[in-house]
Write a protein that binds this ligand. Structure first.
Ligand code: PDD
Length: 277
Protein backbone atom coordinates (compact mmCIF):
# COMPACT_ATOMS: atom_id res chain seq x y z
CA UNK A 1 0.00 0.00 0.00
CA UNK A 2 1.12 3.56 -0.65
CA UNK A 3 0.13 7.03 0.47
CA UNK A 4 -1.23 9.38 -2.19
CA UNK A 5 -2.59 12.78 -1.13
CA UNK A 6 -3.72 11.59 2.27
CA UNK A 7 -5.27 8.31 1.09
CA UNK A 8 -3.73 4.92 1.68
CA UNK A 9 -4.36 2.90 -1.46
CA UNK A 10 -2.85 -0.04 -3.29
CA UNK A 11 0.09 0.72 -5.56
CA UNK A 12 -1.81 -0.68 -8.54
CA UNK A 13 -4.54 1.94 -8.10
CA UNK A 14 -2.10 4.85 -7.82
CA UNK A 15 -1.21 7.09 -10.72
CA UNK A 16 0.68 10.32 -11.18
CA UNK A 17 -0.34 12.93 -13.71
CA UNK A 18 2.26 13.49 -16.46
CA UNK A 19 1.93 17.21 -15.77
CA UNK A 20 3.02 16.84 -12.16
CA UNK A 21 5.77 19.44 -11.66
CA UNK A 22 7.74 16.94 -9.61
CA UNK A 23 7.95 14.81 -12.75
CA UNK A 24 8.54 17.65 -15.20
CA UNK A 25 10.83 19.98 -13.23
CA UNK A 26 11.89 18.05 -10.12
CA UNK A 27 9.84 20.79 -8.48
CA UNK A 28 9.38 19.35 -5.00
CA UNK A 29 11.04 18.07 -1.86
CA UNK A 30 11.41 14.73 -0.11
CA UNK A 31 12.45 12.82 3.01
CA UNK A 32 13.77 9.32 3.72
CA UNK A 33 12.83 8.25 7.25
CA UNK A 34 14.24 5.17 8.94
CA UNK A 35 12.01 2.62 10.63
CA UNK A 36 13.58 0.58 13.43
CA UNK A 37 11.72 -2.12 15.34
CA UNK A 38 8.34 -0.78 14.27
CA UNK A 39 9.10 2.86 15.15
CA UNK A 40 10.22 5.86 13.14
CA UNK A 41 13.60 7.38 13.94
CA UNK A 42 13.56 11.16 14.60
CA UNK A 43 10.15 11.62 12.95
CA UNK A 44 9.77 15.20 14.19
CA UNK A 45 13.19 16.15 12.86
CA UNK A 46 12.18 14.83 9.44
CA UNK A 47 8.85 16.69 9.55
CA UNK A 48 10.62 19.93 10.47
CA UNK A 49 13.17 19.51 7.68
CA UNK A 50 10.46 18.65 5.11
CA UNK A 51 8.47 21.72 6.15
CA UNK A 52 11.58 23.91 5.91
CA UNK A 53 12.62 22.49 2.50
CA UNK A 54 9.07 23.03 1.20
CA UNK A 55 8.92 26.54 2.59
CA UNK A 56 12.28 27.47 1.01
CA UNK A 57 10.81 26.68 -2.42
CA UNK A 58 7.46 28.29 -1.54
CA UNK A 59 5.37 25.16 -1.14
CA UNK A 60 3.04 24.99 1.82
CA UNK A 61 2.74 21.45 3.16
CA UNK A 62 -0.86 20.27 2.79
CA UNK A 63 -0.70 18.54 6.21
CA UNK A 64 0.28 19.45 9.75
CA UNK A 65 2.58 17.57 12.13
CA UNK A 66 -0.26 15.56 13.70
CA UNK A 67 -1.68 14.41 10.36
CA UNK A 68 1.84 13.57 9.18
CA UNK A 69 2.40 11.40 12.26
CA UNK A 70 -0.98 9.70 11.82
CA UNK A 71 -0.55 8.97 8.11
CA UNK A 72 3.02 7.67 8.17
CA UNK A 73 2.23 5.45 11.16
CA UNK A 74 -0.87 4.14 9.39
CA UNK A 75 1.16 3.36 6.27
CA UNK A 76 3.92 1.63 8.25
CA UNK A 77 1.33 -0.37 10.09
CA UNK A 78 -0.74 -1.53 7.06
CA UNK A 79 2.50 -2.58 5.35
CA UNK A 80 3.73 -4.34 8.53
CA UNK A 81 7.18 -2.76 8.21
CA UNK A 82 9.28 -3.39 11.30
CA UNK A 83 12.63 -2.38 9.81
CA UNK A 84 13.15 -0.32 6.69
CA UNK A 85 12.38 3.19 5.57
CA UNK A 86 9.62 5.45 4.39
CA UNK A 87 10.11 7.66 1.36
CA UNK A 88 7.90 10.71 1.07
CA UNK A 89 7.84 13.43 -1.54
CA UNK A 90 5.79 16.55 -1.97
CA UNK A 91 5.65 18.19 -5.39
CA UNK A 92 4.22 21.59 -6.26
CA UNK A 93 1.36 19.83 -8.03
CA UNK A 94 -0.14 19.47 -11.48
CA UNK A 95 -0.28 22.23 -14.10
CA UNK A 96 0.43 22.65 -17.84
CA UNK A 97 4.21 22.80 -18.26
CA UNK A 98 5.44 26.35 -17.77
CA UNK A 99 8.38 27.49 -15.64
CA UNK A 100 6.66 30.06 -13.40
CA UNK A 101 4.61 28.69 -10.50
CA UNK A 102 1.04 27.94 -11.58
CA UNK A 103 -1.54 30.38 -10.23
CA UNK A 104 -3.27 27.49 -8.54
CA UNK A 105 -1.98 23.98 -7.82
CA UNK A 106 -2.40 21.53 -4.97
CA UNK A 107 0.80 19.87 -3.74
CA UNK A 108 0.96 16.16 -4.61
CA UNK A 109 2.10 13.93 -1.73
CA UNK A 110 3.43 10.43 -2.30
CA UNK A 111 4.72 8.07 0.40
CA UNK A 112 5.80 4.45 0.37
CA UNK A 113 7.72 2.04 2.55
CA UNK A 114 10.67 -0.25 1.87
CA UNK A 115 11.43 -3.19 4.12
CA UNK A 116 14.98 -4.20 5.12
CA UNK A 117 16.05 -7.78 5.72
CA UNK A 118 18.57 -6.64 8.34
CA UNK A 119 19.43 -3.60 10.44
CA UNK A 120 23.14 -4.15 10.13
CA UNK A 121 25.26 -1.07 9.42
CA UNK A 122 27.01 -1.43 6.05
CA UNK A 123 30.61 -2.66 6.24
CA UNK A 124 33.46 -0.10 6.05
CA UNK A 125 33.54 1.40 2.57
CA UNK A 126 35.76 3.16 0.04
CA UNK A 127 35.05 6.55 -1.50
CA UNK A 128 36.37 8.81 -4.23
CA UNK A 129 36.61 12.59 -4.47
CA UNK A 130 34.57 14.40 -7.06
CA UNK A 131 34.02 18.10 -7.77
CA UNK A 132 30.76 19.37 -6.28
CA UNK A 133 28.88 20.65 -9.33
CA UNK A 134 25.52 20.97 -7.57
CA UNK A 135 23.54 24.17 -7.07
CA UNK A 136 24.11 26.39 -4.05
CA UNK A 137 21.04 25.39 -2.04
CA UNK A 138 22.11 21.91 -0.98
CA UNK A 139 20.39 22.59 2.37
CA UNK A 140 17.05 22.02 0.59
CA UNK A 141 16.18 18.33 0.22
CA UNK A 142 15.04 18.88 -3.33
CA UNK A 143 13.86 16.25 -5.81
CA UNK A 144 16.56 17.54 -8.18
CA UNK A 145 19.34 15.04 -7.57
CA UNK A 146 21.18 14.96 -10.90
CA UNK A 147 24.49 16.16 -9.45
CA UNK A 148 24.20 13.52 -6.73
CA UNK A 149 23.11 10.77 -9.10
CA UNK A 150 25.93 11.43 -11.60
CA UNK A 151 28.54 11.46 -8.80
CA UNK A 152 27.22 8.24 -7.24
CA UNK A 153 27.13 6.50 -10.62
CA UNK A 154 30.73 7.54 -11.36
CA UNK A 155 31.87 6.25 -7.96
CA UNK A 156 30.04 2.97 -8.56
CA UNK A 157 31.59 2.62 -12.02
CA UNK A 158 35.03 3.09 -10.48
CA UNK A 159 34.31 0.47 -7.84
CA UNK A 160 33.75 2.86 -4.91
CA UNK A 161 30.86 2.99 -2.43
CA UNK A 162 30.46 6.76 -2.24
CA UNK A 163 31.51 9.98 -3.95
CA UNK A 164 32.80 12.71 -1.61
CA UNK A 165 32.11 16.18 -2.99
CA UNK A 166 34.57 19.08 -2.78
CA UNK A 167 34.24 22.69 -3.93
CA UNK A 168 37.78 23.56 -4.86
CA UNK A 169 39.82 22.24 -1.94
CA UNK A 170 36.92 22.22 0.55
CA UNK A 171 35.12 18.97 1.27
CA UNK A 172 31.34 19.46 1.51
CA UNK A 173 29.47 16.14 1.84
CA UNK A 174 28.87 12.81 0.15
CA UNK A 175 26.53 12.21 -2.81
CA UNK A 176 23.91 10.87 -0.37
CA UNK A 177 25.69 11.22 2.98
CA UNK A 178 27.39 13.68 5.33
CA UNK A 179 31.15 13.39 5.80
CA UNK A 180 33.08 13.47 9.09
CA UNK A 181 36.79 13.25 9.83
CA UNK A 182 38.62 12.65 13.10
CA UNK A 183 42.04 14.21 13.71
CA UNK A 184 43.79 13.94 17.08
CA UNK A 185 40.54 12.77 18.71
CA UNK A 186 38.59 15.83 17.47
CA UNK A 187 35.55 15.40 15.22
CA UNK A 188 35.20 17.68 12.18
CA UNK A 189 32.29 18.11 9.81
CA UNK A 190 31.18 20.82 7.39
CA UNK A 191 28.91 23.41 9.05
CA UNK A 192 25.21 23.16 8.25
CA UNK A 193 24.89 25.91 5.64
CA UNK A 194 23.75 26.06 2.01
CA UNK A 195 26.62 23.80 0.83
CA UNK A 196 25.29 20.67 2.55
CA UNK A 197 22.15 18.92 3.67
CA UNK A 198 21.90 19.06 7.45
CA UNK A 199 21.47 15.32 7.93
CA UNK A 200 19.22 13.95 10.64
CA UNK A 201 21.90 11.32 11.26
CA UNK A 202 24.57 14.07 11.29
CA UNK A 203 22.69 15.87 14.07
CA UNK A 204 22.27 12.67 16.09
CA UNK A 205 26.02 12.00 15.74
CA UNK A 206 26.93 15.51 16.92
CA UNK A 207 24.61 14.95 19.88
CA UNK A 208 26.12 11.62 20.89
CA UNK A 209 29.65 12.98 20.33
CA UNK A 210 28.85 15.84 22.71
CA UNK A 211 27.52 13.38 25.29
CA UNK A 212 30.67 11.28 24.91
CA UNK A 213 32.88 14.34 25.51
CA UNK A 214 34.40 14.21 22.03
CA UNK A 215 35.52 17.70 20.90
CA UNK A 216 33.53 18.84 17.83
CA UNK A 217 34.48 21.37 15.19
CA UNK A 218 31.77 22.22 12.67
CA UNK A 219 34.38 23.72 10.36
CA UNK A 220 35.05 23.15 6.67
CA UNK A 221 38.13 20.99 6.00
CA UNK A 222 40.17 20.39 2.89
CA UNK A 223 40.79 17.29 0.79
CA UNK A 224 44.35 17.20 2.14
CA UNK A 225 43.10 17.38 5.73
CA UNK A 226 40.74 14.52 4.98
CA UNK A 227 43.52 12.39 3.49
CA UNK A 228 45.77 13.16 6.48
CA UNK A 229 43.06 12.52 9.07
CA UNK A 230 43.03 9.55 11.45
CA UNK A 231 39.48 8.49 10.63
CA UNK A 232 36.79 9.23 8.07
CA UNK A 233 33.16 8.21 8.17
CA UNK A 234 29.95 9.02 6.33
CA UNK A 235 26.44 9.21 7.76
CA UNK A 236 22.89 8.90 6.51
CA UNK A 237 19.49 7.50 7.35
CA UNK A 238 20.25 4.34 5.37
CA UNK A 239 23.99 3.94 6.12
CA UNK A 240 24.05 5.22 9.72
CA UNK A 241 27.72 5.67 10.81
CA UNK A 242 29.80 4.03 8.10
CA UNK A 243 33.61 4.04 8.24
CA UNK A 244 35.48 5.03 5.08
CA UNK A 245 38.86 3.36 4.95
CA UNK A 246 40.09 4.56 1.56
CA UNK A 247 39.55 7.71 -0.47
CA UNK A 248 40.61 7.92 -4.13
CA UNK A 249 43.21 5.21 -3.63
CA UNK A 250 44.62 6.60 -0.35
CA UNK A 251 44.31 4.56 2.83
CA UNK A 252 42.84 6.51 5.75
CA UNK A 253 44.48 6.01 9.15
CA UNK A 254 45.03 2.34 9.89
CA UNK A 255 42.78 1.20 7.05
CA UNK A 256 40.26 -0.10 9.59
CA UNK A 257 37.40 1.48 11.54
CA UNK A 258 38.91 4.06 13.93
CA UNK A 259 38.30 4.20 17.69
CA UNK A 260 36.25 7.42 17.68
CA UNK A 261 34.12 6.11 14.80
CA UNK A 262 33.52 2.89 16.76
CA UNK A 263 32.43 4.86 19.85
CA UNK A 264 30.06 7.00 17.76
CA UNK A 265 28.68 4.03 15.85
CA UNK A 266 27.87 2.28 19.12
CA UNK A 267 26.41 5.39 20.75
CA UNK A 268 24.29 6.04 17.64
CA UNK A 269 22.94 2.46 17.73
CA UNK A 270 21.88 3.02 21.34
CA UNK A 271 19.58 5.81 20.17
CA UNK A 272 17.64 3.46 17.92
CA UNK A 273 14.04 3.05 19.11
CA UNK A 274 13.48 -0.18 21.10
CA UNK A 275 17.10 -1.20 20.48
CA UNK A 276 18.39 -4.01 22.63
CA UNK A 277 21.92 -2.63 22.70
N1 PDD B 1 20.12 10.95 1.61
N2 PDD B 1 23.56 14.62 2.28
C1 PDD B 1 22.87 14.26 1.18
C2 PDD B 1 23.21 14.89 -0.12
C3 PDD B 1 21.85 13.28 1.28
O1 PDD B 1 21.17 12.93 0.19
C4 PDD B 1 21.59 12.69 2.54
C5 PDD B 1 20.51 11.66 2.74
C6 PDD B 1 22.35 13.10 3.66
C7 PDD B 1 22.12 12.52 5.03
O2 PDD B 1 20.89 12.95 5.56
P1 PDD B 1 20.10 12.07 6.63
O3 PDD B 1 21.06 11.76 7.74
O4 PDD B 1 19.00 12.94 7.07
O5 PDD B 1 19.64 10.84 5.91
C8 PDD B 1 23.32 14.07 3.49
C9 PDD B 1 18.95 10.10 1.69
C10 PDD B 1 19.11 8.97 2.63
C11 PDD B 1 18.59 9.68 0.28
O6 PDD B 1 18.50 10.56 -0.56
O7 PDD B 1 18.38 8.49 0.02
Amino acid sequence: MILLNGEIISKENASINIEDRGYQFGDGVYEVIRIYNGSFFELDGHFDRLKRSASEIHIELPFDRTTFHTKVNELRSVNHVENGHLYMQVSRGVAPRNHPFPAKSEPVVVGYTTEYATNETPAPGRAMFTEDIRWLRCDIKSLNLLGNVLAKEESKKQGYDEAIFHRGETVTEGSSTNVFIVKDQTLYTHPANHYILDGITRRAILDVAKDAGIPIKENPFTKTQLLESDEVFISSTTQEVRPIIEVSGNTIGTGRMGDVTAILQKAFKKRIPNSEQ
